[in-house]
Design a binder for this molecule. Structure first.
Ligand code: S3P
Length: 442
């Protein structure tokens, strides 16, 4: 599909979700598996890799820096690691598409390589704040430029060496934390990062899995520069952020009963389960197990009468990507749901507070956006209508699920970026019972 075409989701109202499914691999872990596998010594085998545009952007970036990567073939990828100092200068700017994780983590990983590189992205990524990574990288001695307004393209100039810093994160962000840990691999001394609240810890877990020690003491994470990574095998669980649409869909649609298999339930990612349960959802966490250092489970979800809640602020970083889906749950719940402390939602792939508020209003819901959250008065019925995802994958999928409880058909514009995180969404959702079809318009 060319960029002038508009992928439209058309979703009939009603239906129920039923069956047993596995959603695609975790996006955060997929990115990190390519990054660390490339820097390791030896051959890394990955299974469950997400074949979405975002993680493929990371994969292609490493290929263009000289790493031999086979696949992905049915989620399997094999990387011949080049070691920490084996990357080569690419011929052209690295195009990271829509992927904030690729750009922010790579800025740190590449800052100390002694290479000249440029990182570019699509129009959404080129509007997102990058000084949050380039400022602390400069403190480490890196030369990384943004545009005047602090956005991509990022231009990285070669430097002789980086030095470790002791840095307090101004926002709870796993991307900034991971950026600095990856830069810290190349820095002299001990890099220390203190978080205002826990954020996803996949980088720390995976570095340890590659034999690179990372310490955590309270809210401070640290590592020493100068070590090396040893290749290993990685089994990537299904992405809880993709499972979230089905957790919400099955909760709000009467007569639903689904099992989502092999879902990553890392405690720094499970806020969506906690929040939905506080709202009265019926979610059973079954067969808990550990897969390569990450906790995994099968999730059984049945329809439930949801009620509004005050969302605990400590859950916000643990559910940061799941709010579009959670807002749909809140619109279908009895009573008021109030979210605060979530201003970060305004700088995601879209302004997720405004875009969700606009769409939910179109569907007849009573919502009031606030600077750092939203107030949703649930209980009224949703009507059909035409909403715009603004090219944000998670907004598109959240509104698709809303149709399960709407009284008319929902049309969703600008949905092609669903492929960034959830290739095959419409097929899987239809198999589960959502009455969704895809059209294109110029
Ligand atoms: C991610 C961290 C989060 C999240 C993003 C993926 C990661 O971003 O929203 O989708 O893989 O580290 P922030 O660190 O900006 O909160």
């Amino acid at each position: 599909m060319s960029s002038t075409e508009n992928m439209v989701f058309r979703v009939q109202s009603g239906g129920a979700l039923r069956g047993t499914f596995r959603v695609p691999g975790d996006k955060s872990i997929s990115h990190r598996s390519i990054m660390l596998g490339s820097l390791a010594e030896g051959t890394t085998h990955i299974t469950g890799f997400l074949e979405g545009d975002d993680s493929l952007a990371t994969l292609k970036a490493f290929r263009s820096m000289g790493v031999s990567i086979e696949g992905p073939e049915k989620g399997q990828v094999t990387i011949q690691g080049v070691g920490k100092h084996g990357l080569k200068e690419p011929q052209a700017p690295l195009d990271l598409g829509n992927s904030g994780t690729s750009m922010r983590l790579l800025s740190g990983l590449l800052a100390g390589q002694g290479l000249a590189l440029t990182l570019v992205g699509d129009s959404s990524l080129s509007g997102r704040p990058m000084r949050r990574v380039t400022d602390p990288l400069k403190e480490m001695g890196a030369l990384v430029e943004t545009t005047e307004s602090g956005t991509a393209p990022l231009v990285i100039h070669p430097v002789k060496a980086l030095h470790a810093i002791d840095y307090e994160l101004p926002v709870a962000s796993a991307q900034i934390k991971s950026c600095l840990l990856l830069a810290g691999l190349y820095a002299q001394g001990e890099t220390r990062i203190t978080e205002p609240a826990p954020t996803r810890d996949h980088t720390e877990r995976m570095l340890n899995g590659f034999g690179y020690p990372v310490q955590q003491q309270g809210d401070t994470i640290s590592l020493n520069g100068g070590g090396s990574l040893t290749a290993c095998d990685i089994d990537i669980p299904a992405d809880i952020s993709s499972a979230a649409f089905f957790l919400v869909g099955a909760s709000i649609a009467p007569d639903s009963d689904i099992v989502l298999e092999h879902v990553g339930i890392n405690p720094t990612r499970d806020g969506v389960i906690t929040i939905l349960k506080l709202m009265g959802a019926d979610i059973e966490v079954m067969n808990r197990r550990d897969v390569g250092g990450e906790p995994v489970a099968d999730l059984r979800v049945r329809s439930a009468m949801l009620h509004g809640i005050e969302i605990p602020e400590d859950q916000v970083p643990l559910a940061i990507d799941e709010f579009p889906a959670l807002f749909v749950a809140a619109a279908c719940a009895e009573g008021v749901t109030r979210l605060t402390g979530a201003e970060e939602l305004r700088v995601k792939e879209s302004d997720r507070i405004q875009v969700m508020a606009d769409g939910l209003k179109t569907l007849g819901a009573d919502v009031t956006p606030t600077p750092d959250g939203i107030v949703i008065q649930g209980g009224g019925s949703l009507q059909g209508g035409r909403v715009n995802s603004h090219g944000d994958h998670r907004i598109a999928m959240a509104f698709a699920m809303a149709a399960l409880r709407a009284q008319g058909e929902i049309l969703i514009d600008d949905c092609s970026n669903v492929n960034t995180s959830f290739p095959g969404f419409t097929d899987l959702a239809s198999t589960a019972g959502l009455m969704i079809s895809v059209g294109e318009e110029r």
